[in-house]
Design a protein around this ligand. Sequence first.
Ligand code: UGA
Length: 439
Amino acid sequence: MARRLTVLGTGYLGTTHAACMAELGFEVLGVDVDADRIAALSAGRLPFYEPDLEPLLQRGLASGRLRFTTSFQEAADFGDVHFCCVGTPQGSESGGADLSQLHGCIDALAPLLTRPCLVVGKSTTPAGTAAQLAERLAGLAGPEVELAWNPEFLREGHAVADTLRPERIVAGVRSAAAEAILREVYAEPLAAGVPFVVTDFATAELVKVAANAFLATKISFINAMAEVCEAAGADVTSLAQALAYDHRIGGAGMRPGLGFGGGCLPKDIRAFRTRAQELGAGEAVSFLASVDTINTRRRTRMVELARELAGGTLAGRTVGVLGLAFKPDSDDIRDSPALDVAMALHRDGARVVAYDPAAVERAREAHPELEYAGSVLGAAADADVLLVLTEWPEFTQADPELIGKAVAQRNVADGRGALDPAAWRAAGWTYRALGRPAV
Ligand code: UGA
């Protein structure tokens, strides 16, 4: 008989996992403490922007395989496998992870479990958390309930494809039975050749944070080169292109620009440092402090570039900002470099008019002090400087001639190296970009 799955926590990760598992043919119950969110999901409405996910959600609901509830009792009665997908944000005091949602989830579910089942952690956690949770689970639920750790590697904007066909599945398990259940759940991607790596708990947890630490390091490496390029009058775009031909280096995930943001990479490298220090291995990952500061320096440099283009001061200048989300195909503004820059410009006295194809509402809620436009031309209207801070195709394919007619002065700063400098310069724009010569 097919296993019945629950997914605890219906954020980006949980909602995607629930809809994809229903798509793979499982009966799935999504659980969250947020009643409004559960109501929206039950009505087939996605409470965030993620391409391709809403049709999957609606298909799952229509098939009857996918349902949502706020009841942990219902989840405990229903599930053979419980996926724990709650958030582990940055703790407020230190850089360490805040595990309260995870503890809350286990504490709410475990005492209600009366049948044999597997609880599977997918949240990103400091090494050692899974082992502690296993003990807690054993205390609260008894020997028929086992824990496994199965980190998630999906990227926002590609969440559905990354879940249905991940690059690898990592299974941190303590028994052959737990491994067998995970193999059954992921039978379809495994049959399609997706690698399955079986590890202990701590390794599974570390694979996730090590992967994000590496991705962040790659981005900060190329952005450090951008700083050197600026000093040497060189061009980081050509440099990155030339480096990418070396297959040992590669170009994927090494695009220079405004750097990384979002709800994962920044908090994960900080939590990793904190945990490594606690373990006495802080020295080994001390370089992550540089990765972090290189990253935030790009934001400062972007503001400087805007100031230079504005003639030395931002006070009283109008700046059009294209992009608010931390990356394209997302409405996520958590630690968004684009929004951070927009706020810094505002603090420096500029009149900021911002537009993003998906993130305006979220940004307006968080920062009502900025002005928002409903289109590229709206954000460009009367601007002394135009900034491109998120590489949405709507911006990279925009016509510089047309936008030129809307602005007060044809000054553009490209924060993502995403525009064609020749085309913009030919249309009479002063084009500047991070890591590229002024010319
Ligand atoms: C990241 C990882 O890529 C996923 O594998 C991981 O599962 C996820 O975190 C997570 O921990 O949940 P995500 O935050 O969705 O995924 O976004 P990325 O596509 O990795 O981009 C992160 C940031 O880096 C964005 O702000 C992006 O603009 C920036 N970036 C990315 C660059 O500046 N240059 C690049 O070459 C790539």
